[in-house]
Design a protein around this ligand. Structure first.
Ligand SMILES: O=C(O)[C@H](O)[C@@H](O)[C@H](O)[C@H](O)COP(=O)(O)O
Length: 239
């Protein structure tokens, strides 16, 4: 049975720094235990703030980046280089660790092929590597979505594949690629990131809602640990 904890930080900036420090320690521990650390990145404001803090953290290189594999939980299906792509928004961090040997598994960009083909390609890359994710980062949306799995959307019910195409996303852009719920749930540790008063309802709902279709953020638990990493505003409606 995995453990679940809620950790509340004073404000988003302190949360980004504290989670960056926590991720460094988790990566070092994973490497000591298994050689390679498999980390899954998330987009959005909190994900981006975390990666910026990680890139600049004085203890960053306690991690042997040559033994890190970076995956993505979701990606906006846009042409390569589009500023709205998660990987483009994380470029400063990726450009810092790539020369240190980190292996970066970006989700495919829109090259004119259907998103379903891109999803299948990433699923094949995952199957070939067959990683067990050590830490899976998930930004939580104001509607309690995580990755690109949205409440009331069919993708949350997908169980037959590890990577899915998402259309008509309520959060722009409309077409995305996302790990499926079973793929998210296979991670050892799931870290849910939420900061800001606009996330307080989603966090409170996810902590109580039993149905993944209502609150995807409440449906993803790590096999070893689940952390809710919040600022005080996002924790404002927790009992
Ligand atoms: O591609 C995306 O948009 C993200 O992966 C998405 O899942 C994000 O993490 C949440 O929407 C939270 O985003 P904010 O932290 O910006 O609210």
């Amino acid at each position: 049975m995995s453990g679940e904890r809620v950790l509340v930080h004073r404000d988003p900036a302190l949360m980004a720094e504290a989670v960056a420090a926590r991720l460094i320690t988790a990566a070092v521990d994973a490497q000591a235990a298994r050689g390679t650390a498999h980390l899954v990145l998330t987009g959005g404001r909190n994900g981006n703030a975390l990666l910026a803090a990680l890139a600049a953290h004085p203890a960053r290189d306690a991690v042997d980046w040559a033994r890190v594999e970076l995956w993505w939980g979701d990606e906006r299906y846009l042409p390569a280089g589009d500023p709205e792509r998660n990987a483009v928004q994380a470029a400063a961090f990726l450009d810092a660790v790539r020369p240190l040997g980190a292996r970066i598994h970006e989700m495919p960009a829109d090259d004119g092929a259907p998103a379903e083909e891109a999803a299948a390609r990433y699923a094949a890359e995952l199957a070939a590597a067959d990683p067990v994710f050590d830490v899976l980062l998930l930004g939580v949306g104001p509607d309690a979505h995580v990755a690109s799995l949205f409440p009331g959307h069919p993708g949350i019910r997908e169980t037959g594949s590890t990577v899915i195409a998402v259309h008509d996303s309520p959060k722009p852009p409309p077409t995305r690629i996302s790990l499926s719920l079973p793929a998210l749930r296979a991670a050892r540790q799931v870290w849910l990131l939420a900061a800001g008063a606009d996330k307080a309802d989603a966090v409170a709902l996810a902590r109580t809602a039993p149905d993944p279709g209502t609150a995807p953020a409440g449906a993803v638990k790590g096999t070893e640990q689940t952390l809710w990493l919040l600022d005080e505003a996002a924790a404002g409606k927790l009992a």
